[in-house]
Structure formats: C-alpha cells, structure tokens
Unconditional design. Sequence first.
Length: 267
Amino acid sequence: MQQIPRTPFRTDSRSEATPPSCFACRLGRYADLSDDEKTFIARMEEDERKVKRDSVIMRSGTPASELFILKEGWAVASTTLSKGRRQSLRIYLPGEVIGLPGLGVRDAAHDVTMVTSGAVCPFPKDHVTALYTRAPRVAALLTAIASLDQIALKDRLAMMGAGTARERMAHFLLDVHERLLLANPDLGKRFRLPMRQVDMAEVLGLTKVYVNRLLRAFTEEKLIEIQRPYVRILQPAELRRIAQYENRYDEIDCSWFPSDRSLEVSH
C-alpha cells in the first residue's frame, strides 16, 4: 500500500474564494455559515493532495499528528485480526473528517485506506485549537456531527451483532445514501457505489458470494436498481422497514451553538 507524503500545513494563503466544497456543504446542511466561517473552512482545505486507490491515510500504531478532510473518493477504517483477517469498521465519504474520533490519543487506533482514488486535505491536530478559538460555531458543528457519527456507529454495531444479512445490506445502502445526501442535497435516489463486492463483504461481515446474492435479490425484488457503479434506491420505505433504519443525520441540535459573531478569522 502507498503511504501518502507529508508536507507542511500552510496558514498564510491569500487565494481567491473558491466554490463551496463537499465539506462546507455538509456543515452548511445544519447551519447558515457566514462568509468568515466559509473562509476559515476554505483554509482548512488549502493543502489538497491527490491520493490513489489503496493509499494509506492513517496507519495503526503510528503518531496521529494530522486530521484529514476527505474531499474526493471513499476511504475505509479497518483493523487486522488474528491470522491476517481484516474487519472494516467504517466508511468515510466525501465531506467527512478522518481522524476526528482519535483526537484524544497520540497514535492512530486503526488503519484508514482509500478504496478509490481521490483527494484529502490534511491539517494538524493543533489547528483544532484555532478552530475552537477563532471559529467556535464551526467547532461546535464538528463536535455535534461527530456525536451523530458515534450514534450511527452504535446503530451499525447493533446491526452487525444481531441483524440478518438482509437487514445489514438494507442498512448499509440507506446509510451510505443518507450520508452522501449531506454533501450533495441534489443527489436524488441514484448514487455511485464504487466499492468492490469484496470491500462490501468486509464492511458487512459477509462473504463476497453472499453480497452478490443479496444485491441480486434486492434487484429482483425491485428494491434497488444497479447500473454499475451506480445504485438507485427504488423503495426506500421498504428498505427502512427491513433494516428498521433511523436516519441519525436528519437534524442536529444547534441550540447550544455560540453566535457567529464570536468568529475571529485572522488575516
């Protein structure tokens, strides 16, 4: 696997404003961002690096000195079990922050690897301090979104522990779709699913053969439509019934957020 190179984080850019990224869109889904907040977010994404499929973003046991905004592509966090078996723990989608749950530890707890080519924007952990002092509302948003991610992760763990293969697949498809909608509200019911069936098998704790069988069954039942690499959700209500899915990303409690007037972006 290819390790991505490390380069210094830049803080003195004077570049022109750029169109909103998927990260800004995801944050803007929950709050009306001010121009200063958008500027601060843009600075977090200045050091963009292209990465190839199978590039290692974080390696377990190595110093976790940076967080990464996933700007393009998909990544997966995983752990290696006995006899070389690998278990996927979560998928990262465009607009999500890699490493946020690990702020409290010195070393990375899991491997994070790209499952597609894409782009990441690294920023050092100590930049989070500036986030809380100069852009407290953005920091509050990230904290709240991280809590939603943890609740959704517990839902997934419960599904992995007690759900049937059919329920796991329905939950997986709905969860990916809802998260993609956060960064792209105009996505509709059709979305790109760039993962190989063997990758999906690792995420779902199933075999590749079983994943293939489930996708074929869902297609025959007209729950979904597949035109590789695209999937269209045809019967979302029925998939929700199968998985007993609850959308944890639908809304967020912003009542405790600081005022955007407290933002102090340094120029």
